[in-house]
Design a binder for this molecule. Structure first.
Ligand SMILES: Nc1ncnc2c1ncn2[C@@H]1O[C@H](COP(=O)(O)OP(=O)(O)OP(=O)(O)O)[C@@H](O)[C@H]1O
Length: 570
């Protein structure tokens, strides 16, 4: 049973809440139906979105970047933003996805080699798109990789994303004159060494590192570097990756790096091949090795990874890889504004974006209408050029009919064509009608550009499964898994209060006592590092932010190596 008290009445009027999908550090996500259209959506309620400047900044970033990157098929689409009446909470309406990569990996035995490659290819494409806008996601991890039954990937959770345009780069200006590049509180297991070592320089390489960890996790079936403290994390990394040279260490510009790395090097080394399953694909291991190198400058870009043999087969080149401009946030990321400023800037940005979108829709509609009219006129002209059809000259003069501009809402309801293999929504409709083609695909036997199907959520599609017995088993497993995940999620989250201890088995961390101090309790995922609700860059000099930390040294527990830590451990 869904506790609809958690959702305000003006939302209930628009959305029928079906069930809870997950609960993250910042809110709850439900599956819902938009009453007007019947469309299935995911409704995320961000509790107290403007509780303090740090949370307000996170909310601002999440919405800003989601809006900027909405046009990529591998990035979750934000359909709507609805403010709560209390002016505190905020509701984000997303397209719905069935599960996430963390849940699928944890279940085990579901992803075949082709699925893994296809997932990586999509992650690379999404990341290349973000990077083309000069933005880093900074929180790539399996639970932020949403999946559907076609194995289509959409990355979510942009709360930590950051534009590089506002980040000082080496050699530009005096490092002491810019705000300290501060603690980075993303999930520890996927965190690049330079972040762990408090480098003041962030590059797109931080995302590439996380992608290497995700690929290794898919092959291994569990996290590659499940560090239980910052130093343990560094140690686990250093014993596996190639030894960094002095230059590699210097490159990240961290004053702690050399001593910490030297200390970590005392641990017995182990190779990736020894850790990963024996039947791991060679090209997959090669890609991981390229991504998991100490020096961020030596990691390949997302775009160049798409030519790597591990993913090249799934590089469809159908959707844009280049945003075409750099995203420069209207607010400097290094300056923290007041809660009210963030709120009013956010609402203004949403209004402006909406107006721009409506205009763009009208423009596109007008363009289509003009094309249609031209085509019709041409047809008429051709028909009339036969003697019995009348005068061609007469027809020619009728071209150029002024397009009719429809209301934006009408234009908005026009279907958007999405290139294969991302035509999930149209395929879902087709499947109900018994479309045979895509679902008879075996994961091993794919032609270039074909997507492997994980499972179908439509039990009424037997046609597609006749010659894919093993696949059917997988599909059932995933479906069951999905049900278990959702069920457990529901039963475990029976109290909608973010402040109560809770565990969602969708693999999301859920809040305990307060959002600034939350822990996982049991299970593999539960030992994952915690994220502070501040979840963003935090100025180390800011006492306000420090106060939100967990009491002990937050940076030691979740963030980066500090001078204090070094003193205590050397
Ligand atoms: N569009 C969606 N469709 C289906 N499920 C979703 C969708 N968005 C989120 N979820 C589910 O809800 C979970 C929490 O979502 P999300 O990561 O956005 O929340 P969060 O509070 O920012 O999480 P975190 O604790 O990682 O910061 C996801 O892991 C996923 O299982």
């Amino acid at each position: 049973m869904v506790d609809t008290n958690e959702v305000e009445s003006h939302l209930i009027e628009r959305y029928e809440i079906r069930r809870r999908l997950g609960k993250g550090a910042y809110g709850i996500v439900w599956k819902a139906n938009e009453r007007k259209t019947g469309r299935v959506v995911a409704l995320k309620k961000i509790f107290d979105a403007f509780r303090n400047p740090t949370d307000a900044q996170r909310t601002f970033r999440e919405i800003l970047f989601l809006q900027e990157f909405a046009d990529h098929p591998n990035i979750i689409k934000l359909l709507n933003v609805v403010a709560a009446k209390n002016d505190k909470d905020i509701y984000l309406v997303f397209e719905y996805m069935e599960t996430d990569l963390h849940a699928v990996i944890r279940k085990g035995g579901i992803l075949q080699d082709a699925h893994q490659r296809y997932i990586m290819a999509q992650l690379m494409r999404a990341t290349a798109f973000l990077h083309s806008g000069n933005v880093i996601h900074r929180d790539h991890k399996p639970s932020n990789v949403l999946l559907d039954s076609d194995c289509a990937v959409k990355i979510c959770d942009f709360g930590l994303a950051r534009s590089l345009s506002s980040i000082p780069k080496r050699g530009q200006g005096d490092d002491t004159s810019v705000p300290a590049l501060t603690e980075y509180v993303a999930t520890r297991w996927y965190r690049a060494p330079e972040i762990l070592l408090s480098s003041p320089h962030y590059t797109k390489g931080v995302d590439m590192w996380s992608l290497g960890c995700i690929l290794a996790e898919m092959l291994l079936g569990k996290p590659l570097f499940p560090g239980d403290s910052t130093f343990d994390q560094i140690e686990k990394i250093i014993r596996v990756i190639p030894q960094p040279s002095r230059l590699d260490i210097d490159v990240i510009g961290s004053q702690y790096a050399l001593s910490v790395v030297e200390r970590a090097q005392r641990k017995q080394r182990v190779t990736l091949e020894q850790i990963l399953p024996k039947d791991s694909p060679k090209d997959g291991i090669d890609l991981i090795k390229q991504l998991l190198v100490f020096n961020p400058e030596k990691r390949p870009s997302a775009e160049s990874c798409l030519s790597h043999p591990y993913v090249a087969r799934f590089n469809t080149k159908k959707e844009p890889l280049d945003l075409g401009y750099q995203v420069i946030p209207p607010i400097d990321d290094d300056v923290q504004l007041s809660v009210d400023e963030y709120r009013s800037k956010l609402y203004k940005m949403i209004r402006e974006k909406k107006a721009a979108r409506d205009l763009e829709r009208e423009r596109r509609y007008a363009e289509e209408q003009a094309k249609k009219t031209k085509k019709e006129d041409l047809n008429r002209t051709l028909t009339n050029s036969y003697p019995e059809s009348g005068s061609a000259t007469k027809q020619m003069t009728s071209t150029g009919t002024a397009p009719v501009y429809p209301a934006a809402s009408v234009a908005a309801s026009k279907p958007v064509s999405v290139p294969a293999p991302y035509r999930r929504s149209s395929k879902v409709v087709a499947m109900d009608k018994g479309e045979p083609s895509r679902h008879s695909r075996s994961a091993q036997n794919l032609a270039p550009h074909q997507s492997p199907v994980i499972h179908s959520r439509h039990s009424s599609a037997p046609l597609h499964r006749q010659n894919t017995r093993e696949f059917t088993k997988q599909q059932d497993r995933l479906r069951q898994n999905s049900n278990i995940i959702r069920k457990n999620s529901h039963s475990n989250n029976n109290n909608g209060n973010m402040k109560d201890a809770d565990l969602s088995v969708t693999g999301k961390v859920v809040g305990t006592k307060s959002r600034s101090n939350f822990v996982r309790t049991t299970g593999a995922k539960n030992t994952q590092p915690h994220r502070s609700s501040s979840g963003t860059y935090k100025n180390m000099t800011s006492s306000g932010n420090a106060a939100r930390n967990t009491g002990s040294s937050h940076s030691q527990q979740y963030g980066t190596v500090t001078a204090k830590w070094l003193n205590e451990h050397n």
